[in-house]
Design a protein around this ligand. Structure first.
Ligand code: ATP
Ligand code: MG
Ligand code: MG
Ligand code: MG
Length: 480
């Protein structure tokens, strides 16, 4: 099955169960001070869960483009090192807004995975919330009993609050969740250790693929729980992980999601890519680049240009990280990352058409960014290589020099330090940065925003760039 078929399989299955299929929300979040980027399918339905928006369809399904690079969910450091955490990924989701609850959600998860996708039942484990007495949270016995109808009890594991209880914040809607894990170890290995290594924290080939959240309670200010009058289901399944399992691969990067990008990188660099969990630097570099381009391209297509502040700086950091991997490990001394955009636009044609519609612009923005960083990258790397410290700690002032003079985001310096068995004096760096901010605050009071408002009449909705004036926009972004 191709990724396209797998994605459509999910949407068709839930459409067949009375769900309205809706489009993905943009990956860039506006007007929510608590969130920069969409990090879960439920984000766009937050107001429904808070009881602040009307329910248009009681059953909804979609594939949501998500980014986990900041805040509560930050998977950036895992990317390229493990084989299943990405910066940008698609989260397939089905929702019930006050309609069906645990029984149907569980039965349908099982039906989809085992009957439609044909995953071997013996490879599936599920987790259920064990309860937390101290917090006054009950065990999710209902979910446990509904799972028991489908799966042997020794495959239903109890999990703690961290993994199996979801809450939006200190107050508000919350509830237990039930995760589904698939054990992809080879049959003989699985048979030998069956029942011992069970969830993805324990073994890189036992992968969490799906989370079913049951919004059941409302947490009040005094900490007590009230049962919600309307109970909801909120699920999220990582498409790239599902594809890996259905295509029988031992890494998400070996699937048709990433292979077109990796093959191109491998061909252009003339360096082979080794499949699976290879830890060769060149392989990690290819994984990182093929991952990061997706985050960068979709963020730009959805309205977030790279810049020096807030969400724009998150994107710039990811881009610079990719450029440096390309430069240091694959010998790409000229701009290269931007050349991946057409491949990506082709892959997502008809899925997220926003990218193809703005392909040239997105590519141009990335090219400009690459040109600008490549101007200082080599000198910065040289400076870093000459730097020596007796205690294996990169001083804050030196990290600041790399940041200020050579444009090295601090996480890039930290990454390079770790590659060389060193650490960074983060506190010293923050002090140097603060001192600089104080100096520039005194020098200027001009406030720059990292948003380009292309449609002032309707500032809630990003509708795409006005390409008729593209050079001016690029100029503006370079000035920031
Ligand atoms: P993990 O424990 O593997 O970090 P999670 O528990 O943080 O995953 P959830 O918040 O439950 O993930 O999100 C629902 C689903 O989204 C997960 O079951 C997984 O399939 C997928 N997912 C989560 N984070 C990522 C990521 N960084 N890259 C790819 N898929 C992801
Ligand atoms: Mg996680
Ligand atoms: Mg998890
Ligand atoms: Mg989870």
């Amino acid at each position: 099955m191709t990724t396209k078929e797998i994605r459509n399989g999910f949407l068709d299955f839930f459409a067949g169960k009375g769900h309205q299929v809706v489009p993905s929300a943009p990956i860039v979040v506006k007007n929510d001070p608590t969130l920069m980027f969409t990090n879960a399918g439920m984000n766009q339905f937050k107001d429904i869960f808070l009881g602040e928006a009307a329910v248009k369809y009681p059953r909804v399904a979609d594939t949501q483009r998500c980014l986990r690079v900041s805040g509560k969910h930050n998977d950036l450091e895992e990317v390229g090192i493990d084989t299943y955490h990405h910066t940008m990924f698609e989260m397939l989701g089905n929702w019930s807004f006050g309609d069906y609850f645990k029984e149907d959600a569980i039965a349908w998860s099982w039906e989809l995975l085992t009957k439609v996708y044909g995953i071997n039942e013996n490879q599936i484990y599920v987790t259920v919330f064990q309860g937390d007495e101290k917090e006054g949270l009950p065990k999710d016995q209902e979910a446990y009993d509904f799972w028991k109808k489908w799966i042997a009890e020794d495959r239903i594991l109890l999990g703690n609050k961290k993994d199996n209880f979801w809450e939006m914040g200190d107050t508000g809607p919350c509830g237990p969740c039930s995760e589904i894990h698939v054990d992809c170890r080879p049959d003989e290995e699985r048979a030998a250790v069956d029942g011992k290594t069970l969830v993805n924290a324990d073994h890189p080939q036992v992968i969490e693929i799906w989370n079913n959240v049951f919004m059941q309670f409302n947490r009040l200010k005094d900490g007590s729980l009230q049962t919600l009058p309307a109970q909801h289901v909120d699920t999220g399944m990582g498409l790239e992980r599902l594809v890996r399992i259905l295509q029988g691969k031992s890494s998400n990067y070996d699937t048709d999601v990433f292979q077109p990008l990796i093959s191109f990188i491998s061909k252009e660099s003339d360096i082979p890519y080794h499949q699976g969990e290879s830890v060769a630097k060149t392989d990690i570099a290819m994984r990182v680049m093929s991952d990061h381009i997706r985050a960068i391209a979709f963020a730009i297509a959805d309205g977030q240009l790279p810049s020096n502040v807030k969400a724009g700086y998150v994107i710039r950091r990811i881009l610079r990280r990719a450029v440096r991997y390309a430069y240091s490990f694959l010998e790409f001394k000229d701009p290269f990352i931007n050349k991946l955009v057409p491949i990506l636009a082709e892959q997502f044609d008809g899925v997220f058409p926003e990218l193809k519609a703005q392909q040239d612009f997105v590519q141009k923005v990335i090219l400009e960014e690459e040109i600008s960083f490549l101007r200082t990258l080599a000198a910065g790397i040289q400076r870093f290589e000459k730097y020596s410290s007796t205690d294996q700690v990169v001083e804050g002032n030196f990290a600041f020099e790399l940041y200020d003079t050579f444009g090295f985001p601090i996480d890039l310096t930290d990454l390079m330090a770790r590659e060389n068995g060193m650490t960074v004096d983060m506190e010293g760096f923050s002090k140097a940065l603060e001192a600089q901010k104080a100096r520039s605050r005194a020098a200027t009071v001009v406030d720059t925003s990292d948003w380009i408002n292309v449609n002032p009449g309707d500032s809630n909705e990003f509708v795409g760039y006005d390409l008729s004036d593209a050079p001016a926009q690029i100029l503006k972004y370079r000035k920031i």
